[in-house]
Ligand binder design. Structure first.
Ligand code: PRP
Length: 180
């Protein structure tokens, strides 16, 4: 285990097993629909990458990069689009792929935004759900694990851009982010 991690929340094996199950479910649910999987940069990259390799039907992928105006000022729920989709989603079945849902602001904003572009459907999948942190009414359509309100890093999630490459989800030691 990395020296800055105090506890493993979701192990490599648990991730692998759950993502296989999610891939099987999505392969059934989207059969014949040629869905577009939209990964939200940067946190969703490892999850997206492992998930799409567990899908056994034709799919397409795209990415968006968004930025909230800082967590403190995020109560408005307004999200700034830094990189938009490359393609039109009119008439398409789209699935937004996220590493984590916390307050729910990012995903509820993105769902509304994409619904405004006349897709056939918009659904969401999150690997981790910090359910106790919701400030808006939002439920993902597919989810991997419900996690407690702890400082989770790894498998895409960062602290100051670090730890995204850990192969598991862990809790960051307090002394790492508490500067005295
Ligand atoms: C994380 C995560 C979601 C958002 C969830 O991204 O990937 O986009 O926060 O939080 P919310 O439910 O409170 O809106 P982050 O802003 O950390 O960017 P990153 O993916 O580039 O690390």
């Amino acid at each position: 285990m990395h020296q800055d991690i105090e506890e493993i929340l979701v192990s490599e094996d648990e991730l692998k097993q759950k993502i296989k199950q999610l891939g099987e479910q999505l392969s059934k649910d989207y059969e014949g629909l040629n869905p577009l999987f939209i990964g939200i940069l940067k946190g969703a990259v490892p999850f997206m990458s492992d998930l799409v390799r567990q899908i056994h039907i034709p799919i397409e992928i795209d990415f968006m990069s968004v930025s909230s105006y800082g967590k403190a000022a995020s109560s408005s729920g307004v999200v700034r689009i830094l990189k938009d989709l490359d393609t039109s989603i009119t008439g398409r079945h789209v699935l937004i792929v996220e590493d984590i849902v916390d307050t729910g602001l990012t995903l509820s904003y993105l769902v509304k935004l994409l619904e405004g572009r006349s897709p056939a459907s918009v659904k969401t999948i999150v690997l981790l759900d910090k359910k106790s942190c919701r400030t808006v009414d939002f439920e993902p359509d597919y989810q991997g694990f419900v996690v407690p309100n702890k400082f989770a890093v790894g498998y895409g999630m960062d602290y100051a851009e670090r730890y995204r490459n850990l192969p598991y989800v862990g809790v960051l030691k307090k002394e790492v982010y508490h500067v005295s």
